[in-house]
Design a protein around this ligand. Structure first.
Ligand code: PLP
Length: 360
């Protein structure tokens, strides 16, 4: 068996220890004689698995008791509609910050449900920075403020939490959740599709302040109503059981290695290695303002785009996959999520130096 260094933006690398454990338990989960995939979601085994996953997630993120944790489906894209359907409330107004492709999509989707105002935008410089707090034009009567705390495509990450006063802050944290400690109480709602930094696709996690639920607009489908899902422990209908199980194993993996403070330390070290290599000469380039560079998604271009194919081919020969940049940005993108070991980043950096020596 051989494993590659997988730099995919998502679905993405999972910890080898987690996959090995899932494999050990595949045919017989802890003496049950069943695979988790085969279990009823109403049975005591699976209810225990889901409850433990929630408990471990609460511990990792230090989620206060007055926040609900929901295990939903539909991906982050589903939340682009579900958030306004549930949170717009009587005012029908929400403010959005635009810092890249994902926040742009979120705002566009929300427009079908209410009065959406663009409070901040990084469009003037091709989404290569996080607009400073002073540049945000917030409405005091908005029901919430939405932003994307890590733009997966452009590689722009907020290293600070926007201050929205008493207006609830909503974050699409899909591509950096669990990569660093955060203060959940500063948010009204945090959502994340699982397939970047949590586990298999199919699961979407929503952490929401209790008082914000129960106000869904008329006509909201039951499965999209946070309150109904919360009252049913996210099992209004069949949840993505196997994805929840693997996510639970990832939570245990994170706890065992020392929690979010330790994974943040590792992520800072990995990102520094890669950005230092990019900044070392003029051959590679990352366009994002330094304080706003993502620790998780690192786009970079080569001095000559005609070398892109050769770079990718050489990377593939060395067991490094999925480095091609998003079609809207071009060049390369290395996603170095929690589960990417530092050795993978070291291998990439060594190859970048070798390639530059040959072609620079
Ligand atoms: C991947 C991603 C999405 C879309 O996720 P889906 O699960 O495909 O809906 C949305 N926002 C961010 C920040 C992402 O990284």
């Amino acid at each position: 068996m051989s494993r590659v260094w997988n730099f995919s933006a998502g679905p993405a690398v999972l910890p080898a220890e987690v996959l090995a454990r899932a494999s050990d338990e595949m045919l017989d989960w802890q003496g049950s004689g069943m695979c988790v995939m085969e279990m009823s979601h109403r049975g005591k085994e699976f209810i225990g698995i889901a409850a433990e996953a929630e408990k471990d997630l609460r511990e990792l993120l230090a989620i206060p008791a007055h926040y609900k944790v929901l295990f939903l489906q539909g991906g982050a894209t589903f939340q682009f509609a579900q958030v306004p359907m549930n949170l717009l409330g009587a005012t029908g107004k929400a403010d959005y910050a635009i810092t890249g492709e994902w926040s742009k999509k979120a705002a566009k989707e929300a427009k079908a449900y209410g009065d959406i105002h663009i409070a901040a935008s990084a469009e003037d410089r091709a989404h290569t920075y996080a607009p400073a707090q002073g540049a945000w034009r917030l409405r005091a009567d908005a029901s919430y403020v939405h932003y994307c705390s890590n733009e997966t495509i452009g590689g722009v990450e907020f290293n600070w939490t926007p201050d929205t006063g008493t207006v609830p802050l909503v974050a699409d944290a899909s591509s950096h959740i669990l990569s660093r400690p955060i203060e959940v109480s500063k948010y009204g709602l945090i959502y994340a599709g699982a397939q970047k930094n949590i586990g298999p696709a199919g699961l979407t996690i929503v952490v929401v302040r209790e008082d914000l639920i129960g106000h869904a607009r008329a006509g909201t489908p039951s499965v999209m109503d946070y309150k109904l899902q919360s009252d049913a422990d996210s099992m209004l209908n069949t949840p993505p059981t196997y994805s929840i199980y693997v996510a639970g194993l990832v939570f245990k993996w994170l706890k065992a290695l020392g929690g979010l403070a330790e994974i943040e330390r590792r992520n800072v070290a990995k990102a520094k290695l890669l950005y230092d290599a990019i900044d070392a000469g003029g051959f590679y380039r990352n366009p994002v303002d330094k304080p706003d560079r993502s620790r998780m998604n690192v786009p970079f271009t080569l001095a000559d785009a005609r070398l892109d194919d050769a770079f990718l081919k050489g990377a593939q020969e060395r067991g490094m996959l999925q480095l091609k940049g998003h079609r809207s940005v071009g060049g390369m993108r290395a996603s170095i999520y929690n589960a990417m070991p530092v050795e993978g980043v070291q291998a990439l950096v060594a190859y970048m130096k070798e390639f530059e020596q040959r072609h620079g």
